[in-house]
Design a protein around this ligand. Sequence first.
Ligand code: HEM
Length: 161
Amino acid sequence: MDVIPSLARWFHFMAGIMWVGLLYYFNFVQMAALKSAMADGSAAAINRHVVPRALAWFRWASVATWLTGAALLGANFTAAFALRPGHVLIGIGAWLGTIMLVNVWALLWPAQKMVLGLVEASEAQKVAARRRAFIVSRLNLVLSFPLLFFMGAAGHSATYF
Ligand code: HEM
C-alpha cells in the first residue's frame, strides 16, 4: 500500500469535511442564529466564544485541504490545473477549491476581522464588511456543490459517466 497517497487522501477527506462542514454551519446555522441573537441582544456571546473558534478551524482546514489535494495530485499537478485530457474532472475540482481558498483568505477573513473588531474599522466599514462576508460565504457555498461533484467524479468517472 502506497502510504503517502493513502495518508494524503485520508487527511484530504478529514480536512475537506472540516472545511465544507463549517462552511455549511456558517451558511445554514450561524447566519440565521446571529440574526435572531442580534434581535434579542444575545449576539455578543456567539461573536466572542463561537465565531472566532469556528473561523480559525475553517481557515486552517481550507489550507490543509488544498495542500493534501495538491499532494494527491502529485506529478499530475500541472496537468490538472492546465485541464489536460485525462485530468479535466479533477482539474475543474481543483480550480473550484483554489477559488474557494482565495475567497476565504483574501476576502472573507479580512472582512470577518473587521466585523469581529479584531482590526480597526468604522461602523460604516463594519456594515460593508458584514455584507461582503455574507456574499463571499454564499458564493463559496454555491461553489462547494460542483466542487464535491467533480471531486467524486474524478476518482469514479466510470460510475459518473
Ligand atoms: C473544499 C475543498 C475540497 C473538498 C471538500 C475535497 C474533497 C474530496 C473528496 C471527498 C475526494 C475523494 C473522492 C473519491 O475518491 O471518491 C477528493 C479527491 C481528490 N481531491 Fe479534493 N477536495 C477539495 C479540494 C481539492 C483541491 C483544492 C485539490 C487540488 C489542489 C483537490 C485534489 C483532489 C485529488 C487529486 C483527489 C483524488 C481524485 C482521484 O481519486 O483521482 N481537492 N477530494
